[in-house]
Each structure stands twice: as structure tokens, then as C-alpha cells.
Design a protein around this ligand. Structure first.
Ligand code: FMN
Length: 387
């Protein structure tokens, strides 16, 4: 049988076992264990971890030379599948125990691990500061190659006297289950401005001090972290979802609509402003398409050879096509072989678009009608036919 996965919680409170932080961790433990994970709570107050003396040897050589319990505890954190950083509020901040543990972790803070394992922040106060401390713990959790999936916070007016204890327990259960789920599914969240700022700041610091921060600089190079922000977060930008030509055509059409005051759903006043003489008088799509050659702008069709096929459904059911060649437009009933653009539309929709009652762009985006072929040619219809 394979070894169970493990969540490691660092508790910065001096009240081991009975403290409020410990009670909150117990709420999490119950559910994490129920999901088949191991759960280890480490009480910093029961270990010997001395202050960081700021010698910076860890930055230069890659590890701390001080012999105490720090190394073995940090190893447990780094090896865990999920990490929990927990501290009560002491003077609007984490406890000295937690702060000392974090200070001694400087070398890891300088060397992003890119493991992106799920983590939680836990904090409790007597009424002021638990949310900001939780935010702080969520931020520094990246030191250990983790990202936060959430924070468990509470106010306790005395030992075990949580305000809304049931709510705290419910929240703990939800977070515990989500933490386990995040591990199982290898969850990632989108990169954030905080990731970007951290990468920029630390990359700059390490590069500017590469003589002195030798070990950090080697790490950044070896991990390819200077290859870019994407390399750091391990997430690449998606290819553009829209053809640049299509985008330009959209913009052109939107600007045109704006100028004309064409109706866009939710903006009925705009429809009132549209030019009544431009609204076609035809009452069927068939008549409308048949009359399109009369509205044709040959100047817009220089060098253009294109066939638009319309497949109309609903109130009217027919197929027809309009051919444009030699700066002339002609209407034909029936289908054609290899049309450049096929527009499949319910009759009602095309009539509403033609009359400016709904925006063509909106109708397309909300799939009121469908198109096959070159979308930029669809955009051209407006200028080709008197739009
Ligand atoms: C030195 C000290 C400083 C504290 N500072 C704050 C504070 O700034 N804001 C607050 O709401 N509670 C403060 N508290 C109260 C604790 O955050 C609160 O009692 C908490 O529940 C203790 O959690 P624990 O039992 O896990 O240690 C402080 C307590 C101590 C001993």
C-alpha cells in the first residue's frame, strides 16, 4: 500500500494543544484525516529555533549554519503535500515564534521552488487583526513552494470561546476537504499580480547581488527563472483566441454602430436615434435578400469576388445566395457549390438585424445566427450593401 499523503501544520502559538490556534487546527485535522491524509501539527514553541542573526550565509552558501531544530522542521514542511501556516495575532502580527521560523527560512524565500502545492493560512485574534495576519501568511506561504487555497480565521474572546464556533467548524470542514481535493487534482490557480511582483522583486534583487547571492543566483539560473514570468509560474500565455483581422473587423463594426446609434440590447434609446430611412421596408428575408443588389456599393467591391449563401429557417425556409464579382451583385435562389460564407439564420433574427432592432455583432456573439467561412467577409456585408 502506498504511503498516505501528508499535510503539515506549523503552529506559532505558545499555547500548544489547548490554544485557540490548536483548536482550529484540530477542526481541520478531523476532516483532512477523514479524507485519508496524514496530519502533523508542529508546535514551534516546543522546539529550539533561535533568531536569525542576519549573517546572510544561507544566501551565499545555500543553507543556514546554525545547529538547532529549524532544519528538520523546514524539511518536513518542504516535503509535505499540503502546508498550513497558523498563528494567533500578537500585536497585529504573527507571534515571535512564527516570525523567527519565517526569518530562518530566508534562503527558501530567495529560491522559488515552483512546486505550487496547496496551502492554508490560519489565524485567530481577540477581535482585531486575524484577517491581515492570515493575508500575510497566505503571502509568505510561497516561501515553501505553496499557494493558498484559503484561510481559516476566527475571533475568540477567551480560550475556546470562538464567536460563531459552528461557523468556524463549518468553514474548517470546507477548507480541509478543499485542501485535500486541491492536492489530489494538482490544482493551480491563475497567476496573480502578487506572483508577478514577487518574481520581479526577487529576480532583480538576486541578479543585482549575484556576486554575493551566489547560491541564489545559481538556483535562479538552474531553474530557468530568468526565462520569464511564465517560466516562474509554470503557466504559458494562451495563443490569441481571435484572428487579428477579425478583431479589426469587430472594432470597425462597433465604431460604425456607435456612430449610427444602432440598437444594442439594453440600450433602447440608441435604436431611436438610428436613421429611419436606412431601415429596409421589406417584410420577409426573401424580399430583403432579393433587393440587396439594389443597395449594393460597387466602390466597396473593387477586386472582390465572393459568394454569400443564406440558409434561412423558421418563419421562412429557403436557401439563396448573393454573388459579387466584377463590382456587381446578383441574387440567386438555391445553394451554390463552395460558397465563401454561409450564414445560417432564423428568419426573425436576420430581419431584426437588418432593421437595426438588434445589433448584428450581438446576434453573432450570442449565436442567434451561425456562420461558416471567412468571418471578415461577413463583417463586410454592411459596407457592401449600403450600411
Ligand atoms: C502578546 C499578545 C498580543 C496580542 N495581540 C493581539 C492583537 O493585536 N489583537 C487581538 O485581537 N488579539 C491579540 N492578542 C490575543 C490573542 O490573539 C488571542 O488570545 C488568541 O486567541 C490566542 O490564540 P492561541 O490561544 O492560539 O495562542 C494578543 C495576545 C497576546 C498574548
Amino acid at each position: 500500500m502506498s504511503k498516505p499523503k501528508k499535510a503539515v501544520a506549523i503552529n506559532g502559538s505558545p499555547h500548544a494543544g489547548l490554544g485557540n490556534t490548536s483548536q482550529m487546527l484540530a477542526m481541520l485535522r478531523r476532516h483532512v484525516e477523514k479524507e485519508g491524509f496524514e496530519f502533523e501539527e508542529i508546535f514551534l514553541s516546543q522546539h529550539k529555533i533561535v533568531y536569525c542573526i542576519g549573517c546572510a550565509v544561507c544566501i551565499e552558501k545555500g543553507s543556514c549554519w546554525i545547529k538547532d531544530d529549524y532544519k528538520s522542521l523546514s524539511r518536513k514542511v518542504l516535503e509535505a503535500h499540503a502546508i498550513i501556516l497558523a498563528s494567533p495575532v500578537y500585536f497585529f502580527n504573527v507571534t515571535a515564534q512564527m516570525k523567527t521560523f519565517l526569518d530562518r527560512s530566508l534562503t527558501y524565500g530567495h529560491k522559488p521552488r515552483r512546486t505550487w502545492k496547496p496551502g492554508l493560512a490560519v489565524s485567530v485574534s481577540a477581535g482585531s487583526g486575524e484577517t491581515s495576519v492570515a493575508e500575510y501568511l497566505k503571502y509568505v506561504i510561497r516561501t515553501f513552494g505553496a499557494f493558498p487555497v484559503g484561510a481559516l480565521t476566527a475571533i475568540a474572546v477567551g480560550p475556546g470561546e470562538f464567536v460563531g464556533k459552528e461557523a468556524v467548524e463549518t468553514r474548517a470542514a470546507d477548507l480541509a476537504r478543499d485542501l485535500v481535493k486541491a492536492v489530489e487534482e494538482g490544482r493551480r490557480y491563475p497567476a496573480t499580480d502578487l506572483d508577478l511582483r514577487f518574481w520581479q522583486f526577487m529576480g532583480y534583487l538576486v541578479s543585482e547581488n549575484r556576486e554575493f547571492m551566489k547560491s541564489d543566483y545559481e538556483h535562479w539560473q538552474k531553474m530557468g527563472l530568468y526565462d520569464g514570468f511564465e517560466a516562474y509560474v509554470g503557466q504559458t500565455p494562451a495563443p490569441p483566441s481571435m484572428d487579428p483581422g477579425v478583431r479589426e473587423a469587430w472594432i470597425e463594426e462597433m465604431m460604425q454602430e456607435q456612430k449610427e446609434g444602432v440598437f444594442i440590447p439594453g440600450e433602447p434609446e440608441a435604436a431611436m436615434k438610428s436613421d429611419a430611412s436606412a431601415i429596409p421596408s421589406e417584410t420577409t428575408v426573401f424580399e430583403l435578400l432579393k433587393s440587396m443588389p439594389q443597395r449594393f456599393n460597387p466602390r466597396e467591391a473593387e477586386g472582390l469576388k465572393v459568394t454569400y449563401q443564406f440558409e434561412v429557417s423558421g418563419d421562412e425556409q429557403f436557401t439563396a445566395h448573393i454573388r459579387i464579382a466584377d463590382q456587381e451583385a446578383t441574387f440567386h435562389e438555391g445553394a451554390v457549390e463552395n460558397p465563401d460564407v454561409v450564414i445560417k439564420t432564423p428568419a426573425k433574427v436576420w430581419l431584426a438585424v437588418a432593421r437595426g432592432e438588434i445589433s448584428g455583432r450581438w446576434a453573432f456573439m450570442t449565436r442567434k445566427y451561425k456562420i461558416k467561412g471567412d468571418i471578415t467577409l461577413l463583417m463586410k456585408i454592411r459596407s457592401l450593401f449600403g450600411g
